[in-house]
Design a protein around this ligand. Sequence first.
Ligand code: HEC
Ligand code: HEC
Length: 221
Amino acid sequence: MRLLSKVTVGLFTAALLFVGCGNDAKPTAQESVKPTISEESLGLRKTDIYVETDETIGHQANYSTAVAGSGNTIKRAFQDAPPMVPHDTEGMLPITISDNQCTTCHMPEVAESMGATPVPSSHFTDFRPVTSVNAEGRLTKNGKAIVNTTNVNMDDISIKSTGDQLAGSRFNCTLCHAPQSGDDIAVKNTFEPDFTNKDGASASSWNGTKLMEGLDTVNGI
Ligand code: HEC
Ligand code: HEC
């Protein structure tokens, strides 16, 4: 009985809507199929997408061939963004456990004499908690059993200095520092950064207590 009355109300509403629609001016068939966006304008490719002719030329990345030490740097994208690699990386990649040439010029003890920016203090900091499984089989972080891995308090994060050893998570430099292709790029970035530091476009401010701003965490430094 209940179900029946729901169906009746439903039908009644549908009928009202139908009457309502009837009063609106409907687009003509021609208007509703009028293309407003061409297929060619959708992608990076601006040529006929059904034909492969010589006029379709792929975008060629144009990486810097300036040798490291020629002095050009690239403005940072935003405050404390990883700087882009301004020099040639020919012969330096891939980085392997036994061959990381980036460190031969960028480690703080050599950087000055090489004229390179030293690897900052954040790269000598371990943000990962000590993780293990306790006697009850529970995952623990910094000795605390984790009930919910999406813990929003962030109290299972820790900050520990790694001394003069690079933190393992920073070893593979090009995970974050990409070589930059020249001005001739496929899509221009129109983002306007609002630097919080005066020299934000050329230097990182992320060190000392700044590393812990806004984090309710264990400070092991
Ligand atoms: C032969 C020494 C040398 C090696 C090897 C080297 N670099 Fe550099 N790097 C420099 C110098 C010098 C600069 C400063 C700009 C310049 O003169 O090229 C620099 C600049 C940079 C910058 C920009 C820093 C800033 O403040 O904007 C980044 C990022 C960078 N290098 C990353 C790397 C990575 C990643 C590798 C390994 C793939 C690497 N470098 C290998 C010497 C080196
Ligand atoms: C997980 C990402 C990541 C990895 C891996 C990484 N970096 Fe960085 N790097 C950053 C970020 C983010 C910044 C800017 C904020 C900061 O200083 O921590 C930065 C900053 C820098 C700077 C500029 C420091 C300054 O004072 O302006 C240099 C130079 C640098 N990194 C070199 C390296 C080298 C060399 C490696 C490899 C040994 C490396 N980084 C690995 C993310 C990374």
